[in-house]
Structure formats: C-alpha cells, structure tokens
Design a protein around this ligand. Structure first.
Ligand code: ADP
Length: 245
C-alpha cells in the first residue's frame, strides 16, 4: 500500500538549532497515527512542516505520492486537503457554532465567490451534518464563547472537517478535557478516520491505548521507533526513557 504522506530525511534548523534532524515517516491512508515523545522532541515542528507553517531546511514531504508540500505555501496546502487543528482553538467566540462552520466552509473559496454566494440548502445540510458529527447540533445557536472547553475543541475540529480534508493533523486534542470529553473525543477521532487520515500528537498514553493505531515515538528531532502500542512498550529505549519504566 502506498502511503498518503511520506516524510524523507526532513530537517528543520531554527538559527542553528536543529529541531528536526532527519525525520523519516510514512502515514497510510485512513489510519490514525499517534506521534508521541517528550517535550522538545519535534512533534509540533513536524506538524508545522507538513501544514507549511514552518519550512523544512531540507528533505522531502510528499503528499499523495506527487505533491511536494515543503515547496507549497500554507494556503495551498489547505487546498490540497490538509487540515490542522492547533492546541488553542481559533474559533469566533461571539458567533454561534453554526456561524463558525459557515465561515470555515467558505475559507477555500475566493473573496468574490464568498460575497456573491448565498448559502444553498446543500451547504446548510452539510453544516448540520458536521454539527451532529462533533456533538454540537443541540447547541448550534448558542454563542461559541459559552461552550465548554471540550465543545470549543470539537467546534474547531468541525471547522477543519467542513473543508473535507484528506489528512487531519491534531495537536494534543484532549488537553484540558474532562474524562467524559476525552472519551467523546476518542470516539470522534475514530469516526473521522473512516473518511480521513488522522495524525495526532498526544501525551496521554491511556488515551493512545484506546486505539489499535500505529504509534511513532520521536526523540531529539528524529523517529526513535514506531509500531503498535505493544511494540513500543516492549522497546527498551522507550521503556527506559519515555514511559519511565
Ligand atoms: P514537541 O512538540 O515535541 O514538544 P517542538 O516541535 O515544539 O517539540 O520543539 C522542538 C524543539 O524546537 C524544542 O527544543 C523547541 O524549543 C524548538 N523550537 C520550536 N520552535 C522553535 C522556533 N520557532 N525557534 C527556535 N526553536 C524552536
């Protein structure tokens, strides 16, 4: 099977500090892949490189076997079908979840088409379907500012989903969530993965254990090891250094 995303020898140099030192990573279509590792390992920097927020100093990031992401501007990468949810939600707090999704839906379009377009029934239904998927349908006309922390995170995920990404990048999606919100987020990620590849940066090993997914351990700007949760738990270096065993 051909990977949907291939990183080859990706390096990032921040004024002499090598945050990524040759990352090699393949992501398969429709898998949920977890990126773990201690603080400073380079996980966020890798997501930043994939979505174009940070430029790789060298190496290759190939999407769908043909698109070299490291050469594309951020907006073009979004148009190619890669969505990124950052740790802090960037939703409009004074608008409703419905209105937030309406704005997100128009993001890929030109300014002219946004100005000319009236929302069609199909678009209206699409927004409602996303609201249901992320569990916000009942609260769709409340102000986003009044939502719980978890609901705000789900709204932000919805704002990415409405752009119908092929690859969704999530940076610590359960940070600050209650137990119930974590469970719901896990279910949401599994649901999303039926249609879309998902790469998740995550610290919470209990959460990662709920998935039968590939886990990639990063350390000092490189991939240290990868495999199932069982594989990485049995890896001596991971045991000693990252899981504190
Ligand atoms: P992780 O997400 O695994 O915690 P990061 O990717 O955030 O790690 O950071 C990797 C390393 O790169 C860290 O040492 C961090 O301090 C450094 N770093 C990240 N962004 C920058 C930047 N813009 N300028 C300089 N150093 C940075």
């Amino acid at each position: 099977m051909k990977p949907i995303l291939s990183c080859r020898n990706v390096m990032v140099d921040f004024s002499g500090f090598k945050a990524l030192q040759g990352v090699d990573l393949d992501v398969q279509n429709k898998e949920v892949l977890f990126l773990i590792g201690p603080n400073g390992a380079g996980k966020t920097t890798l997501l930043d490189c994939i979505c174009g927020k940070t430029r790789a100093s060298s190496g290759q990031i190939l999407f769908e076997e043909k698109i070299e992401l490291s050469k594309l501007p951020e907006q073009k990468i979004v148009q190619e079908g890669i969505a990124r949810k950052f740790q802090a939600p960037s939703i409009f707090l004074h608008l409703t979840p419905f209105e937030n999704l309406e704005i997100a839906m128009k993001q890929k379009k030109s300014l002219l088409s946004i100005l000319l377009a009236k929302m069609t029934q199909v678009q209206h239904e699409k927004i409602e379907a996303i609201l249901k998927k992320v569990g916000l349908f009942e609260d769709r006309h409340k102000l986003a500012g009044s939502l719980s922390h978890g609901q705000k995170q789900w709204l932000e995920i919805g704002m990415q989903l409405i752009q119908e990404p092929t690859l969704l990048l999530l940076d610590e999606p359960i940070a600050g969530m209650s137990g119930e919100e974590r469970t719901k987020t896990g279910e949401l990620i599994k649901e999303i993965a039926k249609e879309c590849t998902v790469v998740v940066v995550e610290h919470d090993m209990e959460f990662v254990r709920n998935f039968s997914s590939k886990v990639v351990v990063m350390h000092e700007g490189k991939v240290l090891c990868q495999g199932s949760m069982k594989d990485i738990q049995e890896n001596e270096e991971v045991k000693n250094v990252y899981l504190g065993r």
